[in-house]
Ligand binder design. Structure first.
Ligand SMILES: Nc1ncnc2c1ncn2[C@@H]1O[C@H](COP(=O)(O)OP(=O)(O)OP(=O)(O)O)[C@@H](O)[C@H]1O
Ligand SMILES: [Mg+2]
Length: 414
């Protein structure tokens, strides 16, 4: 997300009900009647149930959930391919649910484009003509649409294929054309519904990398639907998890893993490899006893160690910059020698990490050392907190959150 966030999409109490007796179903929904009951009573299907969220400019917002949870219905409400039954959808601050057809067409033309799972390429048109198709139906001049389509094809790595036909392209390449067609419109918002789901795993992974690269360059606002949790974690700045039309939780992958909102979410994310997701910021403890190099003498530090039951403590300078560690046995030697400064026993050759380091980044650093890892602020070098070896080792296992919490509790007791 960008530093200064502009809200690009804002969804308020968005509800979509399929069927004839929508209003009746809506009343029941507001009373808290379940999707199942509503279907029984009114023959209406609740597609989306009171969704609320904001998406910032430049953000990749992933919507995930099992089949039938309402992902497509929700994303299609964002450009009104589906007509919301209730609620509001603001794009760039204007409520598109209130727009006339003419205004809506203009919004779609200038503000968003969609990429579908089925690429929907026209077989008898060249790749260039396919990429330019969106612009063509908008009545843009040939020169402009060819130029933009050409640029978009280049962006997705298809330069040189302009005159080929879709049947001559692999699935991955066809989806690149689909993406180029959306990009050629130069939309601010890209809506991608399972755009990579039909691709082979390796090609899918390439496309994910490609999308992230494109995003680094173009900074679009992207709503990306997937039912693949690994894909959601790789692609998404934030993830919304849906169940039965309801958004159960929205957060970063790390927030969702460390703080699942319900037992459903917990089960959903149980099998995820946490090593690449959990960061130093989440694991560090902040309230550590710290030694000040200039202020604290050997016996003072020994007293501090006794009071917290540790034999090693971090040391900082007068500007709170992390310097290294001192050990009890070295301090005892200093006291015996009647020295007053701890300078000479300060060990500065120790690893430290930044708060965005993941467990995977940190694990190699703890082999052969017997003290916690210092987390320092990137710009100032100030000590932010410490990550214990125990928490790193526990997080590196593939246990779910419950087990991890239990293990950390046990580790803290022994
Ligand atoms: N046109 C429709 N008419 C009636 N019910 C529909 C329609 N489209 C979707 N639904 C229902 O709405 C609910 C949400 O469907 P939706 O297609 O949004 O799910 P999804 O999360 O996109 O699933 P998938 O992963 O299979 O694409 C489902 O219960 C589905 O049966
Ligand atoms: Mg769908």
């Amino acid at each position: 997300m960008s530093e200064k966030e502009t809200i690009k999409i804002n969804v308020e109490d968005l509800t979509l009900i399929f069927g004839k007796r929508k209003q009746e179903a809506l009343v029941l929904l507001k009373k808290g009647v379940s999707k199942e009951e509503i279907l029984k009573k009114t023959k209406c299907t609740v597609g989306v149930n009171r969704a609320n969220f904001e998406i910032s400019e430049g953000e990749i917002f992933v919507i995930m959930g099992l089949s039938g949870s309402g992902k497509s219905t929700l994303i299609r409400c964002l450009n009104r391919l589906n007509e919301p039954t209730a609620g509001k959808v603001f794009i760039n601050g204007h409520d598109i649910t209130r727009e006339s057809n003419k205004e809506l067409l203009e919004t779609r033309r200038t503000e968003m484009s969609m990429v579908f799972q089925k690429f929907g390429l026209l077989p008898h048109r060249t790749i260039l003509e396919n990429a330019a198709f969106g612009l063509e139906i908008r009545g843009e001049k040939k020169e402009l649409r060819d130029e933009r389509a050409q640029n978009a094809l280049e962006t997705v790595g298809l330069k040189g294929y302009e005159n080929q036909f879709p049947s001559e392209m692999s699935g991955g390449m066809q989806q690149r054309v689909g993406l180029a067609r959306a990009l050629a419109n130069e939309p601010e918002v890209l809506l991608m519904d399972e755009a990579f789901s039909a691709l082979d795993p390796l090609i899918k992974s390439d496309m994910q990398d490609e999308l992230l690269q494109i995003q680094n360059k173009l900074h679009k606002t992207i709503v990306f639907i997937t039912h693949d949790l690994d894909e959601a974690i790789k692609i998404g700045d934030r993830i919304a998890i849906m169940k039965d039309g309801v958004i159960e939780q929205i957060g970063t992958a790390e927030e969702i893993l460390t703080n699942p909102a319900s037992s459903y979410i917990e089960a959903f994310v149980e099998k995820v490899d946490r090593k690449n997701i959990i960061t130093a910021e989440t694991l560090m403890f902040r309230k550590s006893t710290i030694v000040q190099l200039k202020k604290d003498g050997p016996s003072g530090v020994i007293r501090k160690m006794r009071s917290v039951g540790l034999d090693v403590l971090p040391v900082e300078d007068e500007n709170k910059r992390f310097l290294g560690y001192v050990w009890l046995q070295d301090l005892l030697a200093l006291v015996e020698e009647k020295k007053t400064s701890i300078h000479e026993v300060l060990k500065t050759n120790v690893p430290s990490v930044y708060k965005h380091y993941t467990v995977e980044d940190m694990l190699p650093l703890i082999s052969g050392i017997k003290y916690p890892l210092a987390v320092v602020e990137e710009e100032s070098g100030r000590l932010l907190g410490l990550v214990s070896q125990t928490s790193l080792i526990i997080e590196s296992t593939r246990f779910g959150k419950k087990e991890v919490d239990q293990l950390i509790e046990i580790a803290n007791e022994i």
